[in-house]
Design a protein around this ligand. Structure first.
Ligand code: ZN
Length: 170
């Protein structure tokens, strides 16, 4: 059976990842079956109800299933990677980190599954931010550009499951 993988049609339910060119990708973190019942994530408390993940009290009888974001965190498998390079003083690095956290907070309020997994400083010139989703990296990059100028390059991996953004001050 040579079933084409294109045009799988509307899934209803969970939020689309939002980029047309990614529609045919196989995302291992997509819910494997359509979730029709209220679900609560035992790790973060996000609730899947009426077709989307949200921050609310779990409806009575909600089933307990780990959300995609917590599964990625558990597996250590980010969807987004933002690499920041530049010469920063410790104070500037702290300021950048605060900005990044601020963007995460704003994004996460609306989209509970869009989160930072880790912020790492492998050396004085580099900061690496990993995220559970494909949208937060761009939001972070835009925030950085707005605050500090510089430029960023965005690159989607072939599989479409990963986005890498590099931002530099000049
Ligand atoms: Zn969760």
């Amino acid at each position: 059976m040579a079933k084409s993988s294109s045009q799988t049609g509307s899934r209803g339910g969970a939020r689309r990842w939002g980029r047309a060119q990614l529609d045919n990708r196989k995302d291992p973190y997509r819910p494997s079956k359509k979730m029709s019942q209220p679900t609560v994530c035992p790790d973060c408390g996000a609730v899947f109800h009426r077709g989307r993940w949200q921050w609310s009290a779990a409806p009575e009888g909600a089933i307990r299933t780990r959300c995609e974001a917590c599964r990625r965190i558990h597996d250590g498998f980010p969807a987004g990677i933002v690499t920041i390079t530049g010469e920063f003083t410790p104070a500037q690095a702290a300021e950048i980190e605060a900005l990044v956290r601020h963007e995460e907070k704003a994004e996460m309020a609306e989209h509970p599954l869009n989160r930072i997994m880790a912020i790492e400083r492998p050396n004085n010139l580099t900061m690496i931010i990993t995220t559970t989703d494909l949208h937060l990296p761009r939001r972070i990059a835009r925030g950085l550009k707005k605050a500090y100028g510089g430029r960023f390059d965005e690159h989607f991996e072939k599989d479409g499951d990963t986005v890498r953004i590099a931002w530099q001050t000049k």
